[in-house]
Design a protein around this ligand. Structure first.
Ligand SMILES: Nc1ncnc2c1ncn2[C@@H]1O[C@H](COP(=O)(O)OP(=O)(O)OP(=O)(O)O)[C@@H](O)[C@H]1O
Ligand SMILES: [Mg+2]
Length: 298
């Protein structure tokens, strides 16, 4: 057995037993300290998917005791897990599309699903993103294959009622008083906004800002802020919606939204009066602010 001890300043120490706390200290952050030769003021995680956006890297940074931009462990984890994300939204009174959650080791009640939903339904792994493993089930004969596909990516999956709806996205920044940008619209080129569409073919059209009646716009911005607060996000996020007629549903929150200059997140701020350099500046300030004011002190 090897015992490790974490010091209050985020160093690890190998100790001979859990009761003998003397030992050599080392930094577990490979990029920290001597090798880099530079002092890092703040870390800015811009990672996607599991082990990046889900709170794991944020946990590492917490342990290291360094300031960073964006959500903490919990907000990141809730933003990654579609089932708990929806629970948080529901608790905040936000409208979500009808869904149900299954684990791989459960017996999946196929007949019940067919009775309670009507095609198309979306079958999604709970914890992935970038549309990986998602199937749009247009007829029930595709259901079992879709479940299998989703379960090949995660032990937990969602079955969700498919809607014929517009896809609207809204950017949020802030800490305790988050602000929402103008909403934008994604117009998928293929059947749905899938991985190929997002990263390979790139034929999706964006309408920035979205053409929406002011009333709907305001509703979406209000929901975006509530969704941000529901998962206890910090710093920044992009909240995605479905709009069917005048009905708005919250689809998901991304706690590390796409952040290239052509991504929806900064572009929405661009049309809301905050250019890219000012946006980065704000986010860094928010990261420091959270660190100074709201960090949990061990
Ligand atoms: N219930 C639904 N009704 C209609 N279309 C849906 C539904 N769920 C998902 N879609 C379509 O599938 C796309 C991907 O689904 P979703 O946004 O839930 O997951 P994701 O894209 O994998 O997550 P991330 O955006 O974090 O990468 C949506 O953008 C939308 O085009
Ligand atoms: Mg999405």
């Amino acid at each position: 057995m090897i015992s490790f001890y974490f010091t209050r300043d985020g160093k690890w120490r190998r100790v001979t037993s859990p009761w003998e706390l003397e030992g050599e200290e080392f930094s577990f952050l490979p990029w920290e300290g001597k090798n880099l030769g530079e002092k890092i003021d703040i870390y800015f995680p811009l990672l996607h998917g599991p082990f990046g956006e889900d709170g794991t890297v944020q946990g590492l940074l917490e342990l290291a005791g360094v300031p960073y931009v964006g959500s903490g462990v919990m907000g990141s984890a809730l933003g990654m897990d579609k089932s708990y994300m929806k629970m948080a939204f529901e608790r905040a009174g936000l409208p979500v599309v009808k869904y149900t959650v299954f684990k791989k080791w459960e017996k999946i009640p196929l007949e019940k699903i067919k009775g309670e939903f009507s095609p198309p339904v979306f079958v999604k792994p709970a914890n992935l993103g970038s549309s990986v493993g998602i199937t749009k089930v247009k007829e029930w004969s595709q259901l079992e294959g879709a479940l299998e596909e989703a379960f090949s990516h995660d032990y937990k999956i969602l079955v969700e009622q498919g809607l014929s709806a517009r896809e609207i996205e809204c950017s949020v920044i802030g800490n305790e008083k988050p602000e929402a940008s103008l909403p934008g619209e994604v117009i998928p080129y293929r059947e749905f906004y899938d991985y190929r569409d997002k990263y390979i073919e790139g034929k999706t059209k964006f309408k920035i800002p979205a053409e929406l009646p002011v009333k709907i716009q305001e509703k979406i911005r209000g929901y975006a802020i509530r969704a941000f607060q529901a998962v206890e996000a910090w710093g920044f996020a992009r909240v995605d919606f479905f709009l069917r007629g005048e009905e708005v549903f919250v689809n998901e929150i991304n706690t590390i939204p796409g952040f290239t200059e052509i991504s929806m997140f900064p572009k929405l701020w661009g049309v809301s009066g905050l250019d890219f350099p000012s946006l980065v500046d704000r986010l860094v300030k928010l990261g420091f602010e959270r660190w100074e004011k709201w960090r949990r002190r061990g």
